[in-house]
Design a binder for this molecule. Structure first.
Ligand code: TYM
Length: 338
């Protein structure tokens, strides 16, 4: 088993990243058997696909390393690295560009959402971004990729690219790439904005009130939950009663994911209660679960030497792990290098 996943180091790590992905990374890391390995990385090359401020990206990348370690990613057990320190990702992307089809990329909903009506004005990187994501996982022969629901389509594309490459350039008994499997959590696969139950919680939302950041202190978290959009009805006693209430469903979903139970179990306890009771309980739970992570994050964030050492060690390991597959891809394509 080879687990691989990445996160863009733009902005703060938020509750959606944590519940949708990072918590799962830690669980998978902690349950790996002998001979299996996990690789987790900061997808900084992805972050330049949209307008960005270089100084903010630089700082954000180091902060995100601290955040991942604070969440429980152990750099002694997992390979934790930054994409720009492992040039094989960009190299493999170029090789895969020969296999990926324009039509496949045109169908990516994230591309359609982000580009909107202004496709002509977007960077080429925003369009080819999913090919880099495919390279990220195929480079390491990933078998399992823990992600939130929004990345499912990108993983399907990675499988299509791997399959077509193997088909076109490798023999059936010696494929160059492994087809990766997305691992998506049952609860919390899609955490929504606190201001709008129809938009996902996101680093790029201009309103900081729309998300809980892992760096928020207890008062800020409580304020954000207090101000979160809801409706005037009390909570129902069964999950079906939340179908037409996206904001209420989101908050109950967050409670369930944080406490490790199901939505129905939460409603058994809080059904019939109003938000005046439920919101303070949710805020307390958030502070209990995220407080220790925040404390570790704050302590680590200022230790630049430790962060640099983690990244250097992780990148060296990642380069070694990726080398054989990249060689095999060059050879399969008939490219002369020796
Ligand atoms: P990114 O940086 O947007 O998000 C990192 C992880 O967090 C999950 N996530 C969410 N889950 C639930 N609810 C939300 N509101 C929410 N917001 C984010 C994402 O699904 C993701 O798992 N393209 C990727 C980064 C990437 C990657 C990869 C992932 C680059 N290469 C290779 C896996 C494998 C991205 O932008 O994720």
């Amino acid at each position: 088993m080879r687990v691989v996943s990445g996160i863009q180091p733009t902005g703060n790590l938020h509750l959606g990243n944590y519940l949708g992905a990072i918590r799962n990374w830690v669980a998978m890391q902690d349950s790996l058997e002998e001979g299996s390995e996990a690789l987790f990385f900061l997808a900084d090359l992805h972050a330049i696909s949209q307008p960005h401020d270089p100084a903010t990206l630089y700082r954000g990348t180091l902060e995100m390393v601290a955040a991942l370690v604070a969440c429980g990613i152990d750099p002694d057990r997992s390979v934790l690295f930054n994409q720009a320190q492992v040039p094989q990702h960009a190299e493999l992307q170029w090789l895969l560009n020969g296999t990926a089809r324009m039509g496949w990329l045109n169908r990516m909903t994230q591309w359609k959402d982000k580009a909107g009506k202004n496709r002509e004005g977007q960077s080429v990187a925003l369009f080819t971004y999913p090919v880099l994501q495919a390279a990220d996982v195929l480079l390491y022969q990933a078998t399992h990729v823990p992600v939130g629901e929004d990345q499912k389509q990108h993983l399907e594309l990675a499988r299509d690219i791997a399959q077509k490459f193997n088909n076109d350039f490798a023999s059936e008994d010696a494929p160059v790439f492994t087809l990766p499997e997305p691992i998506i959590p049952a609860e919390a696969a899609r955490i929504m904005s606190l201001r709008d139950g129809s938009a996902k919680m996101s680093k790029s939302d201009p309103s900081d009130m729309s998300r809980i950041n892992l760096s928020d202190d207890a008062d800020t978290m409580a304020q954000k939950i207090k101000k979160a959009k809801t409706d005037p009805e009390p909570l129902p006693s069964e999950a079906a009663g939340l179908a037409e209430r996206p904001e209420a469903r989101n908050l109950v979903g967050i409670f369930a994911a944080l406490s490790g139970t199901s939505v129905d179990t939460v409603l058994t306890q809080y059904g019939g209660q109003g938000f005046g009771v439920f919101k303070p309980a949710l805020a307390d739970l958030l502070v209990t679960k995220l407080g220790p992570i925040r404390d570790r994050f704050v302590a680590l964030q200022s230790d630049r030497e430790a962060l640099d050492a983690i990244l250097a060690r992780g990148a060296a390991k990642a380069r070694l792990r990726g080398a054989p597959t990249l060689d095999a891809a060059y050879t399969a394509l008939g490219l002369v290098r020796h």
